[in-house]
Design a protein around this ligand. Structure first.
Ligand code: ADP
Ligand code: MG
Length: 389
């Protein structure tokens, strides 16, 4: 689960990270009042969307007067911001964050992620932080340092010193970095984070550190342990179909292609997407209905797939192990009748009760292409989308 920058900053502040004062605003008037409350003479108005790259896309506006703050908020609110992280459709700006302007000397990069190879929390840092970090990583990877934490000992003060040294910090900033590293590791572990990214972490002209941008995401599987974090969820930022799928405990990710996929098991779902691509098609989604899906869940999954206007054909690929093929078939028939299936559907059923499953489909009167072999099934569904086009 992702949260907004302003929420991430509140979370990090509780762990002792240095944050600039700021106010959230849903209207231009609130932004103006926020700037007045903050005081000072420079503010930054920042679009709050679940994506980075806002600076380069005009989503971060520096203001010298309270009136400018109001105008900047007016400009951003309600617009669709397209950044290199939003995809071409962009994301609607529904709120802005008004933050006190910061006197930047240097911009650094630091992030904590789970390194799945070592099974450890890893820190990635660079002196060359800021809006071009992707380019730094691509062209001058030697400017990036990385190390991980041993889970049995966790954070040790030398980690903080190592990082402060790597980032070229001295004096007060060096001391602050040691404290900040400890805070970040504690936040990461305590809240079951997936990622904490601070870009930029700023060294101010006054010589202190400030977390100027923050991206924090959490492990969905651990959210039940953090109800206060789950409250930070912003459904406006999520795909409606994915929210619906979540309600029915379906693992669904919307993609840009035209072949809807209904599969049981994440591994089989990946393999199915691969084989579709191999045959020149593009999957419209990833969908894992799970091992123990009910007829209702299959039916909901089917409705979610078909609600996607891009879907020109559907491939159902089920291996009945725990899941029985007849249950899947009943779900498909129920849903297809409910929403009047208009696109071609190829079904591959294998495993437990596959004969009963195929019989249910054949007797349903629905136009279904039944296929036992996965390669053939993929070829047929790709051919069906090409015909439809
Ligand atoms: P994004 O990563 O989405 O582009 P950031 O929050 O990193 O958004 O902002 C982009 C840039 O804007 C930063 O690298 C920094 O130079 C500048 N900036 C952001 N917040 C402030 C602030 N409070 N004061 C001064 N400059 C800021
Ligand atoms: Mg940033």
């Amino acid at each position: 689960m992702n949260i907004h920058e302003y929420q991430a900053k509140e979370v990090l502040k509780k762990f002792g990270a240095p944050i600039s004062p700021g106010k959230i605003a849903f209207t231009a008037e609130q932004a103006e009042a926020g700037a007045q409350e903050l005081g000072g003479s420079v503010w930054v108005v920042k679009a709050q969307i679940h994506a980075g790259g806002r600076g380069k896309a005009g989503g971060v506006i520096l203001c010298k007067t309270v009136n400018d703050v109001k105008a900047a908020a007016q400009k951003l609110l309600g617009t669709t911001l397209v950044t290199h992280q939003t995809g071409p459709k962009g994301q609607v700006v529904r709120k802005v964050y008004v933050e006190s302007g910061c006197n930047i000397d240097r911009e650094l990069y630091i992030s904590l992620v789970l390194d799945r190879n070592s099974g450890r929390v890893a820190v990635i840092a660079s002196q060359a932080g800021g809006m071009d970090i992707e380019e730094v990583a691509a062209k001058t990877p030697e400017k990036i340092v990385q190390f991980s934490f041993d889970p049995s000992t966790g954070y040790m003060p030398y980690h903080g010193r190592k990082l402060a040294y790597a980032l070229g910090l001295d004096g007060e900033a060096h001391k602050q970095m040691i404290k900040l590293t400890e805070s970040l590791v504690k936040c990461y572990i305590d809240l079951d984070c997936n990622q904490i990214e601070i870009n930029p972490l700023v060294v101010t002209k006054e010589g202190g550190l400030v977390v100027l941008d923050a991206k924090v995401s959490f492990d969905d599987n651990a959210l039940f342990r953090h109800p206060e974090i789950e409250q930070l969820r912003d459904l406006d930022e999520e795909d409606p179909a994915e929210i619906e799928a979540h309600k029915h405990e379906l693992n669904y990710v919307k993609l840009d292609g035209s072949i809807g996929c209904m599969v049981n098991g994440a591994g089989l779902a990946m393999a199915t997407m691969d084989i579709i691509k191999l045959h020149g098609g593009e999957p419209a989604n990833f969908l894992d209905v799970g091992g123990g899906a009910t007829k209702e869940r299959v039916s909901e999954a089917f409705k979610i797939i078909l609600a996607d206007k891009n879907v020109k054909a559907v491939l159902v690929n089920i291996f009945g192990g725990i899941m029985r093929c007849d249950v899947i078939a009943e779900g498909i028939v129920a849903a297809a009748k409910d929403i009047q299936l208009k696109v071609p559907m190829v079904v591959r059923l294998q495993g437990t009760n596959m004969e009963q499953g195929r019989k249910i489909l054949n007797d349903s009167g629905l136009k279904i292409i039944s296929e036992g072999d996965l390669t053939q099934a993929a070829a047929k569904v790709v051919a069906a989308t090409k015909e439809a086009a």
